[in-house]
Design a protein around this ligand. Sequence first.
Ligand SMILES: Cc1cc2nc3c(=O)[nH]c(=O)nc-3n(C[C@H](O)[C@H](O)[C@H](O)COP(=O)(O)OP(=O)(O)OC[C@H]3O[C@@H](n4cnc5c(N)ncnc54)[C@H](O)[C@@H]3O)c2cc1C
Length: 389
Amino acid sequence: MNRRKFIKVCRALGIIIPLQPFLNACTNKQIFQNDSTKPVIIIGAGAAGLVAGYLLKQQGICIKILEASSNYGGRMKRTSDFSNFPIPLGAEWIHAEPKILDEIVNDDSVDVDIDTLMYDPENDYALYEGEKISIKEMEMSEDSKFVNSTWFDFFEQYIAPSIEKHIVYSSKVKSIDYSTDEVIVETHDSTHYASRVIVTAPIKILQQREINFTPELPKLKQDAIDKVKVWGGFKAFIEFSDKFYPALIGFNVNPPEHGEKLYYDAAYGQNTTHHILGLFAVGAASIPYVDLQEDEIIKYILDELDALFDGKASTYYVKHIIQNWNTEPHIFGAYVRNNEDWRQIKKLGESTNERLFFAGDAYTDGQDWGSVHAAVYSAKRAVKDILKS
Ligand SMILES: Cc1cc2nc3c(=O)[nH]c(=O)nc-3n(C[C@H](O)[C@H](O)[C@H](O)COP(=O)(O)OP(=O)(O)OC[C@H]3O[C@@H](n4cnc5c(N)ncnc54)[C@H](O)[C@@H]3O)c2cc1C
Protein backbone atom coordinates (compact mmCIF):
# COMPACT_ATOMS: atom_id res chain seq x y z
CA MET A 1 0.00 0.00 0.00
CA ASN A 2 1.47 3.37 -0.93
CA ARG A 3 1.44 6.48 1.28
CA ARG A 4 -1.61 8.05 -0.38
CA LYS A 5 -3.68 4.85 -0.13
CA PHE A 6 -2.62 4.40 3.49
CA ILE A 7 -3.74 7.92 4.38
CA LYS A 8 -7.08 7.38 2.56
CA VAL A 9 -7.76 4.13 4.42
CA CYS A 10 -6.85 5.73 7.76
CA ARG A 11 -9.16 8.65 7.04
CA ALA A 12 -12.00 6.28 6.08
CA LEU A 13 -11.48 4.42 9.35
CA GLY A 14 -11.38 7.68 11.30
CA ILE A 15 -7.77 7.14 12.36
CA ILE A 16 -5.80 10.35 12.90
CA ILE A 17 -2.23 10.00 11.65
CA PRO A 18 0.63 12.44 12.19
CA LEU A 19 1.62 13.80 8.74
CA GLN A 20 5.05 15.10 9.73
CA PRO A 21 7.01 11.83 9.40
CA PHE A 22 5.76 11.50 5.81
CA LEU A 23 6.58 15.05 4.94
CA ASN A 24 10.13 14.47 6.11
CA ALA A 25 10.43 11.03 4.56
CA CYS A 26 12.86 10.46 1.73
CA THR A 27 11.73 9.22 -1.62
CA ASN A 28 14.88 7.48 -2.71
CA LYS A 29 12.80 5.14 -4.83
CA GLN A 30 14.88 2.14 -3.80
CA ILE A 31 17.70 3.43 -5.97
CA PHE A 32 20.39 2.33 -3.56
CA GLN A 33 21.20 -1.33 -3.02
CA ASN A 34 20.87 -1.05 0.74
CA ASP A 35 17.54 0.73 0.15
CA SER A 36 18.58 3.54 2.47
CA THR A 37 15.96 6.18 3.09
CA LYS A 38 18.61 8.60 4.37
CA PRO A 39 19.30 11.58 2.13
CA VAL A 40 22.35 12.14 0.02
CA ILE A 41 24.21 14.86 1.91
CA ILE A 42 26.12 17.40 -0.15
CA ILE A 43 28.85 19.43 1.56
CA GLY A 44 28.91 22.94 0.07
CA ALA A 45 26.41 24.97 -1.98
CA GLY A 46 28.65 26.32 -4.75
CA ALA A 47 28.14 25.45 -8.42
CA ALA A 48 29.00 21.76 -7.91
CA GLY A 49 26.88 21.30 -4.78
CA LEU A 50 23.87 23.06 -6.30
CA VAL A 51 24.04 21.10 -9.56
CA ALA A 52 24.52 17.79 -7.73
CA GLY A 53 21.51 18.56 -5.51
CA TYR A 54 19.42 19.69 -8.46
CA LEU A 55 20.15 16.60 -10.56
CA LEU A 56 19.57 14.21 -7.65
CA LYS A 57 16.29 15.97 -6.88
CA GLN A 58 15.27 15.54 -10.53
CA GLN A 59 15.76 11.79 -9.94
CA GLY A 60 13.50 11.88 -6.89
CA ILE A 61 16.39 11.40 -4.50
CA CYS A 62 16.19 13.00 -1.10
CA ILE A 63 18.97 15.53 -0.52
CA LYS A 64 20.36 17.80 2.15
CA ILE A 65 22.99 20.46 1.43
CA LEU A 66 25.17 21.60 4.34
CA GLU A 67 26.70 25.02 3.60
CA ALA A 68 29.25 26.65 5.92
CA SER A 69 28.39 30.24 4.99
CA SER A 70 25.06 32.05 5.03
CA ASN A 71 24.65 32.06 1.21
CA TYR A 72 24.73 29.67 -1.68
CA GLY A 73 26.94 30.30 -4.74
CA GLY A 74 30.47 29.99 -3.31
CA ARG A 75 32.92 31.42 -5.84
CA MET A 76 30.06 32.62 -8.08
CA LYS A 77 29.53 35.46 -5.55
CA ARG A 78 27.93 38.59 -7.04
CA THR A 79 26.98 42.04 -5.85
CA SER A 80 23.98 44.03 -7.08
CA ASP A 81 24.84 47.04 -4.92
CA PHE A 82 27.82 48.48 -6.77
CA SER A 83 26.25 49.45 -10.10
CA ASN A 84 23.02 49.19 -12.11
CA PHE A 85 24.07 45.79 -13.46
CA PRO A 86 25.20 42.77 -11.42
CA ILE A 87 28.93 42.54 -10.72
CA PRO A 88 30.54 39.07 -10.58
CA LEU A 89 33.10 39.07 -7.77
CA GLY A 90 34.25 35.55 -8.70
CA ALA A 91 33.30 33.54 -11.79
CA GLU A 92 32.45 35.87 -14.67
CA TRP A 93 33.03 34.39 -18.15
CA ILE A 94 31.55 31.22 -19.61
CA HIS A 95 34.65 29.28 -20.62
CA ALA A 96 32.51 26.81 -22.56
CA GLU A 97 29.75 26.83 -25.17
CA PRO A 98 26.81 28.87 -23.84
CA LYS A 99 24.62 25.81 -24.37
CA ILE A 100 26.14 24.61 -21.08
CA LEU A 101 23.33 26.64 -19.45
CA ASP A 102 20.66 24.38 -21.05
CA GLU A 103 22.74 21.34 -20.18
CA ILE A 104 22.76 22.36 -16.52
CA VAL A 105 19.00 22.89 -16.43
CA ASN A 106 18.57 19.45 -18.02
CA ASP A 107 14.87 19.99 -18.67
CA ASP A 108 13.49 20.47 -22.20
CA SER A 109 10.35 22.12 -20.86
CA VAL A 110 12.41 25.03 -19.49
CA ASP A 111 13.35 27.86 -21.83
CA VAL A 112 16.67 29.27 -20.59
CA ASP A 113 16.36 32.97 -21.27
CA ILE A 114 19.85 34.36 -20.53
CA ASP A 115 21.69 36.69 -22.92
CA THR A 116 25.39 36.16 -23.56
CA LEU A 117 27.87 37.78 -25.93
CA MET A 118 31.37 37.18 -27.24
CA TYR A 119 34.27 39.56 -27.82
CA ASP A 120 35.09 40.94 -31.25
CA PRO A 121 38.58 39.70 -32.18
CA GLU A 122 39.02 42.59 -34.67
CA ASN A 123 38.32 45.49 -32.32
CA ASP A 124 38.44 44.40 -28.71
CA TYR A 125 42.20 44.42 -28.65
CA ALA A 126 44.27 44.33 -25.55
CA LEU A 127 47.19 46.50 -24.57
CA TYR A 128 50.26 45.66 -22.64
CA GLU A 129 52.82 48.42 -22.37
CA GLY A 130 51.38 49.99 -25.51
CA GLU A 131 51.57 46.77 -27.57
CA LYS A 132 48.55 45.38 -29.43
CA ILE A 133 47.66 41.80 -28.51
CA SER A 134 44.87 39.87 -30.21
CA ILE A 135 42.10 38.29 -28.17
CA LYS A 136 43.00 34.94 -29.71
CA GLU A 137 46.43 35.16 -28.11
CA MET A 138 44.73 35.82 -24.79
CA GLU A 139 42.60 32.67 -25.04
CA MET A 140 39.45 34.76 -24.67
CA SER A 141 38.13 34.25 -28.23
CA GLU A 142 35.92 31.31 -27.23
CA ASP A 143 34.67 32.84 -23.98
CA SER A 144 31.24 34.38 -23.53
CA LYS A 145 30.12 37.06 -21.12
CA PHE A 146 26.70 37.31 -19.49
CA VAL A 147 24.63 40.37 -20.43
CA ASN A 148 23.21 42.10 -17.33
CA SER A 149 23.46 38.78 -15.58
CA THR A 150 26.08 36.53 -13.98
CA TRP A 151 26.71 32.87 -13.22
CA PHE A 152 25.10 33.53 -9.83
CA ASP A 153 21.98 35.05 -11.44
CA PHE A 154 21.63 32.02 -13.69
CA PHE A 155 21.80 29.65 -10.70
CA GLU A 156 19.45 31.90 -8.71
CA GLN A 157 16.86 31.81 -11.49
CA TYR A 158 17.04 28.23 -12.74
CA ILE A 159 18.73 25.94 -10.22
CA ALA A 160 18.30 27.23 -6.67
CA PRO A 161 14.48 27.53 -6.52
CA SER A 162 13.86 23.76 -6.52
CA ILE A 163 16.54 22.94 -3.95
CA GLU A 164 16.96 25.99 -1.75
CA LYS A 165 14.75 24.61 0.98
CA HIS A 166 17.17 21.67 1.34
CA ILE A 167 20.15 23.93 2.09
CA VAL A 168 21.10 24.20 5.76
CA TYR A 169 23.20 27.37 6.11
CA SER A 170 25.90 28.12 8.70
CA SER A 171 26.60 24.38 8.80
CA LYS A 172 30.34 23.99 8.58
CA VAL A 173 31.07 20.28 8.35
CA LYS A 174 33.83 19.15 10.69
CA SER A 175 33.80 15.39 10.27
CA ILE A 176 32.56 12.63 7.97
CA ASP A 177 32.49 9.04 9.19
CA TYR A 178 31.98 6.81 6.16
CA SER A 179 33.08 3.57 7.83
CA THR A 180 29.58 2.02 7.84
CA ASP A 181 26.57 1.97 5.49
CA GLU A 182 25.15 5.02 7.21
CA VAL A 183 27.49 7.98 6.76
CA ILE A 184 27.65 10.27 9.78
CA VAL A 185 28.30 13.96 9.09
CA GLU A 186 28.96 16.36 11.95
CA THR A 187 28.94 20.12 12.15
CA HIS A 188 29.83 22.08 15.30
CA ASP A 189 26.29 21.69 16.65
CA SER A 190 24.49 18.96 14.72
CA THR A 191 24.78 15.38 13.49
CA HIS A 192 23.35 14.26 10.15
CA TYR A 193 22.94 10.77 8.70
CA ALA A 194 23.33 10.06 5.00
CA SER A 195 23.11 7.20 2.52
CA ARG A 196 25.84 8.85 0.45
CA VAL A 197 27.93 12.02 0.78
CA ILE A 198 29.28 14.33 -1.91
CA VAL A 199 32.10 16.61 -0.75
CA THR A 200 32.31 19.85 -2.76
CA ALA A 201 34.23 22.02 -0.26
CA PRO A 202 37.19 23.75 -2.00
CA ILE A 203 40.44 21.82 -2.06
CA LYS A 204 42.04 24.36 0.34
CA ILE A 205 39.56 23.21 3.01
CA LEU A 206 40.86 19.65 2.70
CA GLN A 207 44.49 20.83 2.55
CA GLN A 208 43.91 22.66 5.82
CA ARG A 209 42.38 19.46 7.32
CA GLU A 210 39.17 21.33 8.17
CA ILE A 211 37.15 18.16 7.59
CA ASN A 212 38.17 15.03 9.46
CA PHE A 213 37.48 11.74 7.61
CA THR A 214 36.94 8.35 9.28
CA PRO A 215 38.56 6.23 7.97
CA GLU A 216 41.29 8.59 6.73
CA LEU A 217 41.22 9.26 2.99
CA PRO A 218 43.32 6.79 0.96
CA LYS A 219 46.98 7.84 0.89
CA LEU A 220 47.06 8.42 -2.89
CA LYS A 221 44.12 10.75 -2.67
CA GLN A 222 45.42 12.62 0.39
CA ASP A 223 48.81 13.02 -1.32
CA ALA A 224 47.11 14.47 -4.41
CA ILE A 225 45.11 16.87 -2.20
CA ASP A 226 48.30 18.05 -0.50
CA LYS A 227 50.35 18.30 -3.70
CA VAL A 228 48.14 20.46 -5.91
CA LYS A 229 48.86 24.19 -5.82
CA VAL A 230 45.91 26.51 -5.31
CA TRP A 231 46.39 29.97 -6.80
CA GLY A 232 45.44 32.99 -4.71
CA GLY A 233 42.93 35.29 -6.37
CA PHE A 234 41.80 38.90 -6.38
CA LYS A 235 39.21 41.00 -8.21
CA ALA A 236 38.51 44.72 -8.15
CA PHE A 237 35.93 46.87 -9.91
CA ILE A 238 36.54 50.58 -10.35
CA GLU A 239 33.96 53.07 -11.58
CA PHE A 240 35.21 56.01 -13.67
CA SER A 241 33.28 59.06 -14.87
CA ASP A 242 34.62 58.50 -18.40
CA LYS A 243 35.87 55.55 -20.42
CA PHE A 244 39.53 55.67 -21.44
CA TYR A 245 40.36 51.96 -21.78
CA PRO A 246 39.77 49.15 -24.35
CA ALA A 247 37.70 46.00 -23.76
CA LEU A 248 40.66 43.94 -22.57
CA ILE A 249 44.12 44.79 -21.30
CA GLY A 250 46.20 41.67 -20.86
CA PHE A 251 49.44 41.49 -18.88
CA ASN A 252 52.27 39.05 -19.25
CA VAL A 253 52.94 37.09 -16.09
CA ASN A 254 56.44 35.66 -16.05
CA PRO A 255 56.63 32.73 -16.32
CA PRO A 256 53.05 32.48 -17.69
CA GLU A 257 52.28 29.36 -15.63
CA HIS A 258 52.61 31.45 -12.45
CA GLY A 259 49.31 33.27 -12.88
CA GLU A 260 47.10 35.57 -14.93
CA LYS A 261 46.27 39.26 -14.88
CA LEU A 262 43.72 41.21 -16.87
CA TYR A 263 42.10 44.63 -16.70
CA TYR A 264 38.84 44.62 -18.65
CA ASP A 265 35.77 46.67 -19.39
CA ALA A 266 33.30 45.07 -16.96
CA ALA A 267 30.44 47.05 -18.53
CA TYR A 268 31.23 45.59 -21.99
CA GLY A 269 27.93 44.71 -23.72
CA GLN A 270 25.86 45.52 -20.62
CA ASN A 271 22.79 47.76 -20.72
CA THR A 272 24.39 50.55 -18.75
CA THR A 273 26.00 53.95 -19.17
CA HIS A 274 28.29 53.35 -16.19
CA HIS A 275 32.03 52.95 -16.84
CA ILE A 276 33.30 50.06 -14.74
CA LEU A 277 36.78 48.61 -15.19
CA GLY A 278 37.44 45.14 -13.76
CA LEU A 279 40.74 43.70 -12.54
CA PHE A 280 41.24 39.94 -12.43
CA ALA A 281 44.49 38.59 -10.97
CA VAL A 282 45.35 35.04 -9.91
CA GLY A 283 48.55 33.31 -8.78
CA ALA A 284 51.72 35.40 -8.59
CA ALA A 285 49.91 38.26 -10.33
CA SER A 286 47.52 38.61 -7.38
CA ILE A 287 50.27 38.99 -4.76
CA PRO A 288 50.76 42.78 -5.07
CA TYR A 289 47.05 43.30 -4.32
CA VAL A 290 46.20 40.67 -1.70
CA ASP A 291 48.99 41.74 0.66
CA LEU A 292 48.00 45.43 0.78
CA GLN A 293 45.43 47.33 2.86
CA GLU A 294 42.38 48.56 0.93
CA ASP A 295 43.50 52.22 0.64
CA GLU A 296 46.94 51.03 -0.53
CA ILE A 297 45.33 48.68 -3.08
CA ILE A 298 43.33 51.41 -4.81
CA LYS A 299 46.39 53.68 -4.87
CA TYR A 300 48.44 50.88 -6.42
CA ILE A 301 45.73 50.23 -9.05
CA LEU A 302 45.28 53.91 -9.96
CA ASP A 303 49.06 54.38 -10.17
CA GLU A 304 49.45 51.48 -12.59
CA LEU A 305 46.49 52.64 -14.72
CA ASP A 306 47.74 56.25 -14.69
CA ALA A 307 51.06 55.01 -16.06
CA LEU A 308 49.24 53.24 -18.91
CA PHE A 309 46.65 55.95 -19.63
CA ASP A 310 48.37 59.31 -19.01
CA GLY A 311 46.95 59.99 -15.54
CA LYS A 312 43.33 59.50 -16.64
CA ALA A 313 42.57 56.89 -13.99
CA SER A 314 42.97 59.21 -11.00
CA THR A 315 41.25 62.04 -12.88
CA TYR A 316 38.11 60.01 -13.62
CA TYR A 317 38.03 57.77 -10.50
CA VAL A 318 34.61 57.57 -8.80
CA LYS A 319 34.57 54.49 -6.50
CA HIS A 320 35.73 50.89 -6.22
CA ILE A 321 34.99 47.51 -4.70
CA ILE A 322 37.48 44.70 -4.03
CA GLN A 323 37.26 40.95 -3.46
CA ASN A 324 40.19 39.12 -1.93
CA TRP A 325 39.57 35.39 -2.39
CA ASN A 326 42.49 34.42 -0.16
CA THR A 327 40.68 35.68 2.90
CA GLU A 328 37.16 34.63 1.86
CA PRO A 329 35.88 32.37 4.67
CA HIS A 330 35.40 28.69 3.70
CA ILE A 331 37.17 29.24 0.34
CA PHE A 332 40.71 30.67 0.97
CA GLY A 333 41.95 30.89 -2.62
CA ALA A 334 41.00 31.10 -6.29
CA TYR A 335 41.44 27.70 -7.93
CA VAL A 336 44.04 25.04 -8.71
CA ARG A 337 46.73 26.50 -11.01
CA ASN A 338 46.20 26.00 -14.75
CA ASN A 339 49.41 24.03 -15.27
CA GLU A 340 48.83 21.45 -12.51
CA ASP A 341 49.64 17.80 -13.29
CA TRP A 342 46.34 16.36 -14.67
CA ARG A 343 47.10 12.99 -13.04
CA GLN A 344 46.90 14.57 -9.57
CA ILE A 345 43.61 16.24 -10.49
CA LYS A 346 42.21 12.92 -11.70
CA LYS A 347 42.92 11.42 -8.27
CA LEU A 348 41.06 14.29 -6.60
CA GLY A 349 37.90 13.49 -8.56
CA GLU A 350 37.77 9.76 -7.80
CA SER A 351 35.17 8.52 -5.33
CA THR A 352 36.59 6.89 -2.23
CA ASN A 353 34.09 4.05 -1.85
CA GLU A 354 30.41 3.60 -2.67
CA ARG A 355 29.43 6.12 0.00
CA LEU A 356 31.89 9.01 -0.35
CA PHE A 357 32.00 11.06 -3.56
CA PHE A 358 33.74 14.28 -4.61
CA ALA A 359 32.60 17.06 -6.95
CA GLY A 360 33.80 20.59 -7.57
CA ASP A 361 36.10 22.57 -9.81
CA ALA A 362 39.17 20.66 -8.53
CA TYR A 363 37.60 17.19 -8.22
CA THR A 364 37.36 16.48 -11.93
CA ASP A 365 38.45 13.76 -14.34
CA GLY A 366 41.74 15.60 -14.97
CA GLN A 367 40.77 17.00 -18.38
CA ASP A 368 39.62 20.41 -17.19
CA TRP A 369 39.40 22.23 -13.86
CA GLY A 370 39.14 25.65 -12.22
CA SER A 371 35.85 26.81 -13.77
CA VAL A 372 32.12 26.70 -13.23
CA HIS A 373 31.58 24.34 -16.13
CA ALA A 374 34.28 21.99 -14.78
CA ALA A 375 32.50 22.03 -11.39
CA VAL A 376 29.20 21.30 -13.16
CA TYR A 377 30.60 18.33 -15.11
CA SER A 378 32.17 16.90 -11.97
CA ALA A 379 28.79 17.14 -10.23
CA LYS A 380 27.11 15.34 -13.13
CA ARG A 381 29.71 12.60 -12.90
CA ALA A 382 29.29 12.24 -9.12
CA VAL A 383 25.50 11.97 -9.53
CA LYS A 384 25.93 9.34 -12.25
CA ASP A 385 28.28 7.36 -9.99
CA ILE A 386 25.82 7.63 -7.09
CA LEU A 387 22.97 6.35 -9.23
CA LYS A 388 25.15 3.35 -10.14
CA SER A 389 26.25 2.68 -6.54
C1 LIG B 1 38.71 35.46 -8.97
C2 LIG B 1 38.05 34.30 -9.64
C3 LIG B 1 37.62 34.41 -10.94
C4 LIG B 1 37.03 33.33 -11.58
N1 LIG B 1 36.57 33.48 -12.85
C5 LIG B 1 35.91 32.48 -13.45
C6 LIG B 1 35.28 32.67 -14.71
O1 LIG B 1 35.34 33.75 -15.28
N2 LIG B 1 34.61 31.62 -15.26
C7 LIG B 1 34.52 30.39 -14.63
O2 LIG B 1 33.90 29.46 -15.18
N3 LIG B 1 35.10 30.19 -13.41
C8 LIG B 1 35.77 31.20 -12.80
N4 LIG B 1 36.30 31.03 -11.57
C9 LIG B 1 36.26 29.68 -10.96
C10 LIG B 1 34.87 29.35 -10.43
O3 LIG B 1 34.42 30.39 -9.62
C11 LIG B 1 34.95 28.07 -9.62
O4 LIG B 1 35.62 27.09 -10.37
C12 LIG B 1 33.58 27.51 -9.26
O5 LIG B 1 32.70 28.52 -8.86
C13 LIG B 1 33.79 26.49 -8.14
O6 LIG B 1 32.57 25.91 -7.74
P1 LIG B 1 32.60 24.78 -6.62
O7 LIG B 1 31.19 24.39 -6.35
O8 LIG B 1 33.55 23.72 -7.01
O9 LIG B 1 33.25 25.45 -5.33
P2 LIG B 1 32.79 26.70 -4.46
O10 LIG B 1 32.08 27.69 -5.28
O11 LIG B 1 34.00 27.16 -3.73
O12 LIG B 1 31.75 26.09 -3.44
C14 LIG B 1 32.15 25.36 -2.31
C15 LIG B 1 31.20 25.67 -1.16
O13 LIG B 1 31.60 24.87 -0.03
C16 LIG B 1 31.40 25.62 1.15
N5 LIG B 1 32.20 25.02 2.22
C17 LIG B 1 33.53 25.10 2.43
N6 LIG B 1 33.89 24.38 3.51
C18 LIG B 1 32.76 23.81 3.98
C19 LIG B 1 32.48 22.97 5.09
N7 LIG B 1 33.45 22.52 5.91
N8 LIG B 1 31.20 22.60 5.32
C20 LIG B 1 30.19 23.03 4.51
N9 LIG B 1 30.41 23.85 3.45
C21 LIG B 1 31.68 24.22 3.18
C22 LIG B 1 31.83 27.02 0.75
O14 LIG B 1 31.29 28.00 1.61
C23 LIG B 1 31.29 27.13 -0.69
O15 LIG B 1 29.99 27.69 -0.72
C24 LIG B 1 36.86 32.10 -10.89
C25 LIG B 1 37.27 31.98 -9.56
C26 LIG B 1 37.84 33.08 -8.94
C27 LIG B 1 38.23 32.94 -7.49
